[in-house]
Design a protein around this ligand. Structure first.
Ligand SMILES: *Cc1c(COP(=O)(O)O)cnc(C)c1O
Length: 428
């Protein structure tokens, strides 16, 4: 299933022409496909239908209110990492009773907000935090539902900046200390030990680190269920997606032609590999996918402004950059770059760069891409996750608009910022 495709030589999102959207709304422009969000959510949910489970979408991947509304409508829960994300979920009509709250640095205000709204669980990342949550809950005359996040010390084999399950990472409580942490927390007055959580990293393209982590932690989950009656085990997110050849990968023939060992991880494989270990636990299994649901549901559309030929390189300078899609600069993220109007097949080796005054402001370097010229539109594929949510106004560029497509309909789900918006909160 792929919602971005060429039709009569022109890139479309579902039934809507990208060139038409750019004409009407300008560039840079994020464009999302409702169909892809729905497909990914449903596929993962279905893959786990054999066991008691819930999909809690990781809001940080793409937190647009309309995206959250769409997912809430499918019955999704939400994994949040701040009070701001809880606010968004509530605004979008999400159920706080299906929210889990992760993160190493929750403030008093955030903890109070989450408890007052009745969220499902606060996922706690240190014993100090557990003690503080018990104190805050006591002051509110409430009992806080919590889970500890265990750091299982397994290698997720992903980029070091998005690996979270090794003991040198700041996340969770070391596997060796976790049993004692539960024991001490069980004596705190205002806590309800409700579950156990882990999340080993992001953009995992092989199932083996997941299997290793689940097999290592499952006996602990069984133990905690017996001792404290925990009801859920959250195995986190992290399922990787196809970035290279993202456009082609929508067609059946592409999948079949890939060598087996390089085919991307599917939800079905993921489920089949870990359900046998999870099922005997008799716990509710929480899944926290972000990238898997949102990544290939969006693109960033940009216009080429100039071509500059240097002694060693050709630079294509475009009207978007690291300020609007930081993944290449931040963790060497790859985005396929395609022309919006299908080209005749000429390719050239180029650096595609943005307008920002930083040498790290590039989308690719020395890459063979289909030729495009100044005035032409390009699409950065797979930009639905960790794209707009990380956008800034660095160099005082207004934030781009966001469009959500549904069949033949396109809706502006975030207006383009104006120059006035940029300075609205400031005073002279
Ligand atoms: C970021 C995060 C996720 C989602 O990760 P993806 O790689 O986008 O699936 C899930 N759980 C927690 C706790 C996270 O911090």
């Amino acid at each position: 299933m792929h919602s971005f495709h060429y039709s009569n030589g022109s890139l479309h999102c579902e039934g809507v022409s990208i060139a038409d959207l750019a004409e009407k709304h300008g560039t840079p422009l994020y464009v999302y496909s409702s169909e892809t969000f729905r497909d990914r959510y449903t596929r993962l949910d279905d893959a786990f239908s054999a066991i008691d489970h819930e999909v809690a979408y990781a809001v940080k991947a793409n937190s647009n209110l309309s995206v959250l509304r769409l997912l809430a409508g499918l019955g999704s829960g939400f994994d949040i990492v701040s009070g701001g994300e809880l606010f968004r979920v509530l605004k979008a009509g999400g159920d706080p009773g299906k929210c889990t709250f992760a993160g190493v640095g929750k403030t008093r205000e955030e903890i109070e907000y989450a408890l007052r709204e009745g969220i499902y669980s606060i996922n706690v990342e240190s014993e100090e935090e557990a003690a503080f949550i018990s104190q805050v809950a006591g002051e509110l005359n409430l009992v806080a539902p919590i889970a500890f996040r265990v750091n299982p010390n397994v290698d997720a084999k992903t980029h070091k900046y998005i690996s979270t399950g090794k003991s040198e990472n700041k996340f969770g409580i070391d596997f060796e200390f976790i049993a004692d942490a539960y024991e001490r927390a069980s004596k705190l007055p205002n806590l309800n030990l409700k579950g156990l959580q882990m999340h080993i990293g992001s953009q995992l393209t092989s199932v083996s680190p997941f299997v290793e982590a689940v097999e290592k932690v499952a006996p602990l989950a069984a133990d905690l269920k017996e001792k404290y009656g925990i009801e859920f085990f959250s195995i986190g997110g992290g399922i990787g997606i196809v970035y290279e050849e993202a456009l082609a990968s929508g067609s059946e023939s592409w999948w079949i032609n890939q060598p087996e060992e390089t085919r991307p991880l599917t939800p079905e494989q993921y489920a089949a590999a870990i359900i046998p270990t999870l099922e005997p636990l008799g716990l509710k299994i929480l899944l926290e996918p972000g990238r898997f649901i949102a990544g290939n549901a969006g693109i960033l559309v940009s216009k080429c402004l100039y071509e500059k030929k240097g002694t060693t390189k050709t630079f294509k300078i475009v009207d978007s950059g690291m300020h609007q899609l930081i993944r290449p600069a931040l963790y060497e993220g790859f985005h396929e770059i395609v022309p919006v109007t299908e080209s005749a097949g000429a390719v050239e080796s180029v650096d595609v760069v943005g307008p920002i005054c930083e040498s790290g402001d590039f989308f690719c370097q020395n890459r063979q891409v289909s030729s495009f010229m100044p005035g032409e539109l390009i699409a950065l594929m797979s930009a639905g996750a960790y794209g707009m949510v990380m956008a800034s106004t660095y160099n005082s560029h207004p934030l781009p608009a966001e469009i959500l497509v549904e069949g033949e309909q396109a809706k502006v789900v975030r207006k383009r910022q104006t120059l006035q918006d940029l300075v609205e909160a400031e005073e002279v």
